[in-house]
Design a protein. Structure first.
Length: 96
């Protein structure tokens, strides 16, 4: 739509609202009405976040038990990786 002196915007009073709504009502997505749209609600729980953060900081950066188990498996010839796994890892690393 071109806006100029020849084609002015319609006045707000000439605009219509969908049936069942008024100027003071909340939009359907806020009023809880089913709209068929996806909705996500994030709840900030400061205590839960602090608890999770402290749990994470308590974990070692390197899980030595896993490293030891993998080293032993490699030394004993029990650790095998398929060509597909190698290719997927390379693609993920470089194109990822």
């Amino acid at each position: 739509m071109k806006v100029d002196g020849l084609n002015p915007l319609p006045q707000a009073s000439s605009l219509t609202r969908p049936e069942g709504t008024d100027r003071n009502s909340a939009p359907a997505s806020q009023s809880g009405a089913a709209t068929g749209a996806d909705e996500a609600r994030l709840i900030w729980d400061q205590n839960r976040v602090r608890s999770l953060a402290s749990q994470i900081t308590g974990l070692p950066e390197i899980r030595q038990d896993r490293v030891n188990a993998l080293q032993q498996a490699v030394q004993e010839g029990r650790y095998t990786v398929s060509n597909e796994q190698i290719a997927n890892a390379l693609f993920a690393e470089h194109l990822g």
